[in-house]
Ligand binder design. Structure first.
Ligand code: F6P
Length: 342
């Protein structure tokens, strides 16, 4: 069997570990051959490929990023895109594609699969917002990066009696904020799922500073939203793929907090640091298990399906399950985090 592999959307730690595992399992156990498509769907549209054998994937397990490159290109935003995908697959005599991606990349995969393209999906995104799986590749590394940052910011917060706002990624879901906030002992966590009231936050801070402590750490998910009518914020522009381009919310919140409380407030926006560098062990193991399972799934003809983690097990689900709804932070988890607010 000959398969194409691509990594699409935002890069994240663990992508190379996935590629290595698919290739190793596929070649060693199923006698497969692989072609790497560069820069996500763009490589399929442009016919940009690179060799992908065992030697090409040796030593990449701990490396961040993706040796294939990535982009948010979407065949459905290109004229004749889907037909070009079909033609490229035929030209390279491929039996199918292994598509490693998040919402946008797998969303295109679902539509192509409906049109008969043979695809096995693998879920990745630091945001952890794909449904159908308990967790996505990259999430736990981002949480660790954010937790380390919160630990470090504590010292300045404490030394200078400041409120430190730490902005983390999370466009629609506040998983990184809740996990890193819990792990780092945040005093308030703002997430997209729970609209915030700036006055309520300031009450928390005043109470904390009056009763126990002279500093606070507030974790802000980039996609957090104010409750209706509580605060005017500028609309986020859209990026070239139609997603809101976020980042910078904390810069708008800091002066509001300072004005209301009088506490010195500083902002740290972690941004793409959360997507960079070597994956933590959890992501390396998850990526390896997903890669092995994806090669097995393709060998078994499980087209249109995606590998997933449920409890401790690796299973497979229809790819459409991943993108038909979002995996959001359940209110119960947020309530647990809230115990430590204020
Ligand atoms: O979806 C993953 C993610 O890292 C989001 O958390 C963030 O909003 C977005 O990608 C940033 O995308 P880009 O790297 O294209 O600016």
């Amino acid at each position: 069997m000959r398969l194409g592999i691509l990594t699409g959307g935002g890069d994240c730690p663990g992508l190379n570990a996935v590629i290595r595992a698919v290739v190793r399992r596929g070649i060693r156990f199923h006698g497969m051959a692989f072609v790497g498509f560069q820069d996500g769907w763009r490589g399929v549209l442009d016919g940009a490929t690179q060799p992908l054998g065992i030697a090409d994937t040796t030593g990449i397990l701990p490396r961040g990023g993706t040796i294939l490159g990535s982009s948010g290109a979407n065949p459905y935003r290109h004229e004749d895109g889907p037909a070009t995908v079909v033609a490229t697959i035929a030209e390279h005599e491929l039996d199918g594609l292994i598509v490693i991606g998040g919402e946008g990349t797998l969303g295109a995969a679902v539509r192509l699969a409906d049109e008969g393209v043979r695809i096995v999906g693998i879920p990745k995104t630091i945001d952890n917002d794909l449904a159908g799986t308990d967790v996505t590749v990259g999430f736990h590394t981002a949480v660790q990066v954010a937790t380390d940052a919160i630990d470090r910011l504590h010292t300045t917060a404490e030394s200078h009696d400041r409120v430190m706002l730490v902005e983390v990624m999370g466009r629609y879901a506040g998983w990184i904020a809740v996990y890193a906030g819990m792990a780092g002992g945040a005093d308030t966590i703002l997430i997209p799922e729970q609209p915030f009231d700036i006055d309520g936050i300031c009450d928390h801070l005043r109470h904390r500073h009056a009763s126990r402590s002279s500093f606070s750490i507030v974790v802000v998910a980039e996609g957090a939203v104010p409750a209706d009518g509580t605060l005017e914020l500028p609309e986020a522009p859209f990026d070239e793929n139609g997603f809101p381009r976020l980042g910078g919310l904390a810069n708008h919140l800091a002066p509001e907090i300072e004005k209301r409380t009088g506490f010195q407030t500083r902002v740290t926006i972690l941004g793409h640091v959360q997507r960079g560098g070597t994956p933590v062990s959890f992501d390396r193991v998850l990526a390896t298990r997903f890669g092995v399972a994806a090669a097995d799934l393709a060998a078994a003809g499980g087209w249109g399906r995606m590998v997933a983690r449920k409890a401790q097990d690796i299973r497979d689900v229809p790819i459409t399950e991943a993108v038909s709804e979002r995996n959001l932070v359940p209110v119960e988890l947020y309530r647990e985090a809230e115990v430590f607010f204020g």
